[in-house]
Design a protein around this ligand. Structure first.
Ligand code: P6P
Length: 315
């Protein structure tokens, strides 16, 4: 079996980039151990603070961010950390070749009910500054803390999947993940229907109509409410994830964050043959305006994303 260390050596000669990904994998392995016993330690409750997003921080959001900070501070290749949990970018040293943007514990509202959560990370070259298009990423990945602890990572080539074994070693289980071109499964929070625009409404109604409508096939709906869980399902078996702009999120630019949710997920999904769009623009081509910028996110199986884009084109 191929280990993460062996895969990194085969994917890039850049030792600094290898070390940055290895540091995020090590932080995630440590966090996995913490999450497994968190209820016993009573750590899933609120931390009593709110983050820059105005969201109540759970104790584990803070603990997760601390674990990532600890591992990255020890890595001279990392110059700067951007985190969902930190108002401003943090300088970690001088001369590091890379920036890491991360959501250290995405979906943490699911912790109290033991649903899969995740760590999402994007790696950017320091020389490009904090605000770079997603297409400039040097690497991206996520860790899904589910029945298995899975690391999904891409540098510039294939998207590889690793599982954390009992000895704490990341073992490759998928060499090149491929998002199926077609799918009969969509993921959206349908409780938000009254806020949707005509394009989202049209796409979802067409899907719900199934074989009786223009889509001509049956669809199923899945919504975990944890981006890493929903995206991992789509990476593994296809589907489309939609958190589109709606009348309630339009004032903020969307719900999900560009630098450490949309961009890394888009890097992975497109690297696996899927598509990622706002509905009108490729996510990886967005010129960022701020480190906590929010954007609409529609990504997954190419045929489904194209059908969603067609609704935007005609509305
Ligand atoms: P909703 C979790 O808080 C998150 O940021 C993503 O992980 C997830 O996809 C989304 O929000 C869930 O949103 O509308 O279901 O609360």
């Amino acid at each position: 079996m191929t280990t993460l260390a062996q895969w990194l050596k085969s994917e890039t000669d850049d030792l600094a980039l290898q070390s940055v990904i290895a540091s995020m994998a090590a932080a995630s392995a440590e966090l996995s151990g913490v999450l497994r016993v968190a209820p016993i330690a009573g750590q899933t409750g609120l931390a009593g603070h709110t983050n820059v997003q105005g969201e109540a921080q759970k104790a584990l959001d803070v603990i997760s961010n601390d674990i990532v900070l600890k591992h990255l501070r020890e890595n001279a290749a990392v110059a700067t950390l951007i985190s969902e949990e930190l108002d401003d970018a943090v300088q970690l040293g001088t001369g590091g070749a890379y920036i890491v943007a991360t959501d250290p514990l995405d979906g943490s509202s699911n912790l109290d009910v033991n649903v899969t959560v995740g760590t999402i990370f994007s790696v950017l070259k320091s020389a490009g500054g904090l605000l770079q298009k997603g297409r400039a990423q040097a690497a991206a990945g996520y860790v899904a803390y589910g029945p298995a602890t899975s690391l999904v990572v891409r540098i510039a080539g294939a998207v590889s999947v690793f599982t954390l074994d009992a000895e704490g070693q990341w073992v490759q289980v998928v060499v090149a993940a491929k998002v199926p071109e077609t799918s009969g499964e969509f993921a959206i929070n349908t409780a938000r229907e009254r806020f949707w625009d005509a394009a989202t409404t049209g796409y979802v109604q067409e899907s719900v109509a199934g074989e009786t409508g223009p889509a001509g096939k049956r669809y199923n709906m899945r919504w975990v409410g944890s981006m890493v869980a929903d995206i991992h399902r789509i990476l593994m078996r296809g589907g489309i994830f939609l958190y589109p702009l709606d009348s309630e999120t339009v004032s903020k630019g969307g719900r999900l964050r560009l630098l450490y949710e949309a961009n890394p997920m888009s890097w992975l999904i497109e690297g696996a043959g899927g598509l990622a769009t706002t509905g009108r623009l490729g996510i990886l081509d967005i010129e960022p305006s701020g480190i906590h910028q929010r954007v609409p996110v529609i990504l997954g199986s190419a045929e489904e994303v194209r059908r969603a884009e067609a609704w935007y084109a005609k509305t």
